[in-house]
Design a protein. Structure first.
Length: 214
């Protein structure tokens, strides 16, 4: 199982999280959130190992601005967290890794994901809110059983030390990664390294067990 830590914005904290070697680190390029990277210097991303994917997170942004920020920060991955069309994601696929996020609740129609096949590399399933994520609340993970495409997905929304052990009960074959954000913070954008270390340990032990079984 892969690990993504999202919502980073402070240079020293970025360096500390990078030292934990997550598979992905996410940077919010959306001004209506306290985790907006705003004036963060591109130099703050230099300590990140080349093996760690740097993801820019966008909400209904223009293609021109996304391209500009990819160039500025060296993003190799983009996460589209708004109402972006399949064609919009497809225009970037092949240039960078494309993650398309969807807010999920008990009434979510997984059928609408069919149109995105071939246009994105991954899906992300987050808790449905009016603010495009960052709620700190989990959705009912049992509904993931309704997902039938062969595109791998990230799980986001309210994952914490209180429920991360339950993640191992998700047996979906396309379950690819967990996205750790607001429940691992001291304040918005500032990650608690000790909490992340505990989460990484739990996830990595589970990943080793899964590899042994397979």
């Amino acid at each position: 199982m892969k690990i993504k830590v999202c919502g980073l914005k402070h240079p020293e904290n970025i360096k500390a999280v990078a030292a934990l070697q997550p598979h992905y680190m996410g940077f919010i390029c959306y001004e209506r959130t306290p985790r907006y990277i705003d004036t963060l210097s591109a130099d703050a991303l230099v300590p990140i190992s080349p093996e760690i994917h740097k993801a820019g997170v966008f909400v209904n942004e223009t293609a021109e601005n996304i391209s500009s920020l990819i160039e500025q920060y060296g993003f190799d991955t983009i996460q589209l967290h708004g109402d972006e069309s399949p064609e919009f994601g497809g225009a970037f696929k092949g240039k960078v890794t494309v993650i398309k996020a969807f807010g999920v609740d008990n009434d979510f129609d997984f059928g609408k994901l069919n149109a995105y096949a071939g246009h994105v590399d991954y899906f992300m399933f987050d808790t449905k809110t009016s603010i495009y994520g960052g709620s700190g609340k989990a959705f009912n993970w049992d509904i993931l059983n309704k997902y039938t495409l062969d595109i791998p997905f990230f799980l986001s929304g309210g994952i914490s030390l209180d429920n991360i052990e339950e993640v191992k009960n998700i047996a979906h074959p396309q379950f690819y990664a967990v996205d750790l954000n607001s429940r691992f913070e001291d304040e918005p954008g500032l990650k608690n390294i000790q909490k992340l270390e505990k989460a990484f340990d739990i996830i990595k032990k589970q990943t080793i067990r899964d590899e042994i079984r397979s």
